[in-house]
Design a binder for this molecule. Structure first.
Ligand code: BG6
Length: 474
């Protein structure tokens, strides 16, 4: 019983939330650099406020983030000390192709990631690489309208060909797009889409989604051709929508919300669009930008495993009077009276993780990989600078227990588990440093002050013990 031998324990970060060094060594500007903290952030992420350049009145946390670009050796050594078997990170597209449409890559960018992967292997840590964690070079946004344009598929293909060849033997586990279903929720954050007033927002988002799905299938094809050992995953932001009541209308509403996200994974795993999406788009008079060969490509190059993030469940209702929403990973949710919530209003539901694992596994029968899970909290150091984050330990141990039950009792094949932000990084939804997920504290605040010094929290030793006992001692 318990996790199998070789289970991949570790942590996950993204380039834009950790690296900083936004214009070092030839890196180009990306959409993710242009998300300010404060009031306008949500509008920017949602593609409603146009911010294609820095505004002197705003603060942009991604510019320096936690300076991992210069400190990755120290950080990977700390991950190794915890016993990580895997480290999930993303590459910044604009480090490798600063504008996105060049024919030749930027060697400094390629070398940077090669150094990171070699550093991981020094400690027997397997890198798990997200090719796109929300980032798009700004040149592609301004010049081509980002993923609404078919040309992005070609540029992405160029990126993939480059990295699969360059990192052959160094990287085996890949994810094509982080939380691909976020395109519908936060189009600028997830796909560099600013929606013009005259545009049909749904049509733009579904066109971009189609292009990403085609790009993902193409990446899968190339990855398998370059190295048959490569394992390619899709990645879903799972939000477990529960019906508010047993009124069949609420049940149906929850199914519809769930399908809106599953549609992406249906295509990536089964290789074809589900009927419910095709019918919905037909009703809305939205034509998907299929070109010759897309159908075969999607069908022939499906993913090897299903990666997903899970932080909390949500509650939905068919009743338009039910409006009081509570926070949660950009998915709106009604309050759940049975659950407690984090400081940011994300409802804490470990059993929801087991439910989600069952839903996904029973739908696709593919190995799962939990590539994000964790608790964002406002950690307060004591007078010695130490953080006793028992609340984080409790959140994670409950979730690992639920995940173990899914393996032991429900027979789910699970490849690994990477805790989100094992070192404190910038929050994607709020841009805050104050919202911390890490086992390692980083001295940096929301005003951009601090020394970047890394300090172990109480949870650091706890996670080391969890990994050492393969998830038995929680
Ligand atoms: C996921 C993203 O949505 O949730 C991460 O893939 C993000 O990039 C994480 O950081 C946690 O969200 P937040 O807003 O608390 O940083």
């Amino acid at each position: 019983m318990g996790f199998k031998e070789g289970f991949l324990w570790g942590g996950a970060t993204s380039a834009n939330q950790s690296e900083g060094a936004y214009n070092d060594d030839g890196r180009g500007l990306a959409n993710v650099d242009l998300s300010p903290t404060g009031e306008s952030r949500e509008g920017v992420l949602m593609g409603k406020i146009k911010m294609f350049d820095f505004d002197d009145n705003c603060y942009y946390p991604a510019k320096e983030a936690i300076d991992m670009y210069h400190r990755y050796k120290e950080d990977i050594a700390l991950f190794a000390e915890m016993g990580f078997k895997v480290y999930r990170l993303s590459i910044a597209w604009s480090r490798i192709f600063p504008k996105g449409d060049e024919n030749e890559p930027n060697e400094a960018g390629l070398q940077f990631y090669e150094n990171i992967f070699k550093e991981c292997h020094k400690y027997n840590i397997e890198p798990l690489v997200t090719i796109t964690h929300f980032d798009v070079p700004m040149h592609l946004v301004e010049e081509y309208g980002s993923w609404r344009n078919r040309k992005l598929v070609t540029f992405y293909e160029r990126l993939c060909t480059e990295i699969f060849n360059r990192y052959k033997g160094l990287v085996t586990y890949w994810i094509t797009f982080n939380e691909i279903n976020m395109v519908l929720e936060a189009p600028f954050l997830a796909a560099g889409l600013y929606i013009e007033e005259h545009e049909n927002a749904q049509a733009v988002k579904y066109a971009a989604s189609h292009h990403q799905l085609v790009a993902s299938a193409l990446a899968t094809k190339i990855a398998h051709e370059v190295d048959p050992m490569n394992k390619i995953g899709c990645m879903l932001a799972a939000n477990a929508p529960y019906p508010r009541t047993c009124d069949p209308k609420d049940i149906w509403k929850a199914k519809q919300v769930e399908n809106q996200s599953y549609f992406f994974i249906d295509v990536q795993v089964r290789g074809e669009y589900p009927g419910y999406t095709l019918k919905e788009l037909e009703r809305k008079n939205i034509a998907l930008p299929f070109v010759e060969g897309d159908q075969e490509l999607l069908k022939q190059h499906t993913v090897d495993y299903v990666g997903f993030s899970y932080y909390s469940s949500s509650v939905v209702s068919a009743d338009p009077e039910q409006t009081g929403t509570i926070g949660g990973n950009l998915f709106p949710s009604l309050p759940n009276p049975y659950l407690k919530a984090s400081d940011w209003g994300w409802q804490i539901d470990p059993l929801g993780l087991r439910i989600t694992m069952n839903d996904i596994y029973n739908r696709y029968q593919k190995p799962l990989f939990i590539v994000e899970n964790g608790l964002g909290a406002a950690d307060i150091p004591d007078s010695n600078g130490y953080i006793e984050d028992d609340y984080r330990i409790s959140y994670l141990s409950e979730h690992i227990r639920a995940m173990r039950d899914a393996v032991d009792y429900d027979g789910i094949e699970l490849l690994g588990y990477t805790v989100w932000g094992p070192i404190d990084i910038v929050s994607a939804s709020t841009g805050e440093m104050k919202k911390r997920y890490g086992f390692i504290y980083v001295d940096r605040n929301d005003q951009g002050q601090g020394t970047f010094k890394r300090t172990k929290k109480k949870s650091f030793d706890w996670y080391r013990k969890v990994i050492a006992t393969n998830g038995q001692d929680l």
